[in-house]
Design a protein around this ligand. Structure first.
Ligand SMILES: CC(C)(COP(=O)(O)OP(=O)(O)OC[C@H]1O[C@@H](n2cnc3c(N)ncnc32)[C@H](O)[C@@H]1OP(=O)(O)O)[C@@H](O)C(=O)NCCC(=O)NCCS
Length: 209
């Protein structure tokens, strides 16, 4: 699909949201993100401590500013980085929201809900005639599902998925740690799989629908 945006530039300087703003990544924000608290298994893939390594930091800054299909944002409340979110503008199934992450110290205050809402509404306005929205979420990520439902996403499909990073870690963790997500994983045909939900939100969704 050929997308037409209302403005020529790839990134807005800022996307306004409810009590927060979304901004493109920069060196100063990356430093804040590198110092966020971490969760570990099974959310280890989101942890950002590796950004304290200058090589990893450079790689991340490059990735988050390259002109490909993805747009990457950091959410700020009063200049404090409180979350991150990204979107793939060219997924054939629609605008694909990914990389939704709020560190534990800023959790439970609606940051995920507010930043996804801000991003989705900005995309609707910036790309008139663009597609609907979707995301994929591990079935064990219950807090994430509540945030997504609150802004109009519903489960459209559930499937088993081989996530390499999670599968690698499942080999390493203790049986107790694995048990914490037992109902959402299976060992199938020689490899670990996790149940994922595909959630969708139509364009123009309004609260109360
Ligand atoms: C999932 C995640 C993004 C949620 O961020 P958040 O800003 O805390 O989410 P919100 O504040 O919008 O809350 C969403 C729901 O979870 C609940 N919640 C969030 N943190 C909670 C906590 N520590 N204890 C109890 N409930 C919590 C909220 O109350 C809300 O539920 P409600 O609508 O029924 O009140 C964050 O926990 C995270 O980054 N987790 C690790 C990475 C991840 O799972 N990303 C999503 C991948 S799809």
């Amino acid at each position: 699909m050929a997308l037409r945006s209302r403005s020529g530039s790839r990134y807005p300087s800022e996307i306004p949201g409810e009590g927060l703003v979304l901004r493109p990544w920069n060196r100063q924000l990356l430093q804040q993100v590198a110092n966020w608290g971490q969760r570990g298994f099974p959310y280890h893939a989101f942890d950002m401590g590796h950004l304290n390594d200058p090589v990893e930091a450079r790689k991340m800054l490059r990735t988050t500013s390259e002109p490909g299909p993805h747009r990457h944002f950091v959410a700020l409340e009063n200049e404090t980085a409180v979350g991150r979110v990204a979107v793939n503008l060219r997924d054939e199934a629609g605008f694909y929201i990914w990389g939704v992450h709020v560190p534990p110290e800023h959790g439970g205050r609606g940051v995920a809900r507010r930043m996804v809402d801000a991003l989705v509404r900005w995309l609707e306005e910036r790309y008139p005639g663009g597609p609907g929205f979707l995301l994929s979420t591990n079935a064990f990520a219950a807090h994430a599902h509540r945030a997504y439902r609150a802004v109009g996403f519903e489960i459209a499909e559930t499937r088993w998925h081989h996530d390499r990073q999670l599968a690698d870690r499942l080999w390493q963790v203790s049986a107790e740690e694995r048990a914490s997500i037992a109902e959402h994983i299976r060992f199938h045909r020689g490899r670990w799989e996790v149940r994922v939900h595909i959630m969708r939100r139509p364009r123009g969704w309004q609260p109360g629908e």
